[in-house]
Ligand binder design. Sequence first.
Ligand SMILES: NC(=O)c1ccc[n+]([C@@H]2O[C@H](COP(=O)([O-])OP(=O)(O)OC[C@H]3O[C@@H](n4cnc5c(N)ncnc54)[C@H](OP(=O)(O)O)[C@@H]3O)[C@@H](O)[C@H]2O)c1
Length: 336
Amino acid sequence: MDKQKRILLSKRPEGMPERNHFRIEEGPVPSLGENQVLVQTVYVSVDPYMRGRMEDTKSYVPPFKLGEVINGGIVGKVVSSRSTHFSAGDYVTGHLGWQEYNAADENNLRKIDPESAPLTAYLGALGMPGLTAYFGMTRIGSPQEGETVVVSGAAGAVGMIAGQIAKIRGAEVIGIAGTEEKTRYLTDTAGFDKALNYKTEENLHEALKDACPDGVDVYFDNTGGPVSEAVYPLMNDFGRIPQCGAISSYNKSGDDYGPRIHPYIVKSRLRLQGFIVSDYAREFESGARQLGSWLQEGKLVYEETVNEGFDSIPDAFLGLFEGKNLGKQLIKVSEE
Ligand SMILES: NC(=O)c1ccc[n+]([C@@H]2O[C@H](COP(=O)([O-])OP(=O)(O)OC[C@H]3O[C@@H](n4cnc5c(N)ncnc54)[C@H](OP(=O)(O)O)[C@@H]3O)[C@@H](O)[C@H]2O)c1
């Protein structure tokens, strides 16, 4: 085992990225420095925010560098260790390179317990997307019993958890997603009260108006764009909008203006707040504990789309922008 596969950013996209923006190549398996751990990649997470990192612009995370290995959330198995904290056979999660093996600093890894939850959950419902849903919904959306909550991108990793948290809080929850399979999952499995397909509704605004006869108190927004424009006029006075993401614009170049939101914000005294999950980093442990209890109590369910094989990582990432995933999109790279 001296060679491995790895994936580099080969050029920066304008608009929708394509397969040729990534390069798969062979490289050496890294040797370990002091306090480092050799981690074999088992599951790779692909996430929409990585699209922003493909561009050389200022954001809350630095851009990927051209010609360097892409990195993101990974669950892996320790194969050898020069750290006193980790031993061969331990399962870990961390922010690591898209390669089959990483030499990781012990400080960048967290041990995870495969007995208390499936390994994949640490990249989804119990990981970054679950925590995003938890803090965005409970701290910013803050739904009250009997209020109406709308979630866009509702059948994705964050959206399906956000909607269920609002249900736990006693709200009426309406999800918006892009296929019939997804809307069916939301109502039949995830316990949403109603779900609408934004791709097939002739007039999404009118359909939402019917679905939300008392207006909308909380709009957990993952998408922005035309979906959000259908929701804004329905917001009730003092409504809250946790602005979690804006995936509809991630592949747009140039200005992309829709109807102006400002009159709605003033007229209905709305509070729209962008947030990044890391804003709540100090509370991750308690958030994960709460999500874990809800999972164990059966109050929370989640779904995953797991593609197989290291070479399928770029396509799985691109698929996020075509709505190919139901729930968390992962890639299985090696056996558990
Ligand atoms: N603020 C934070 O800290 C934070 C953390 C994690 C994620 N996020 C954001 O939260 C959102 C969801 O992330 P996720 O990881 O849960 O991804 P995801 O929802 O699992 O996957 C992306 C989904 O977005 C939908 N989509 C793609 N293009 C769209 C478009 N033009 N209009 C409407 N929907 C579109 C697709 O579903 P359909 O079939 O329904 O179109 C796709 O399945 C993203 O915007 C992401 O950037 C923010």
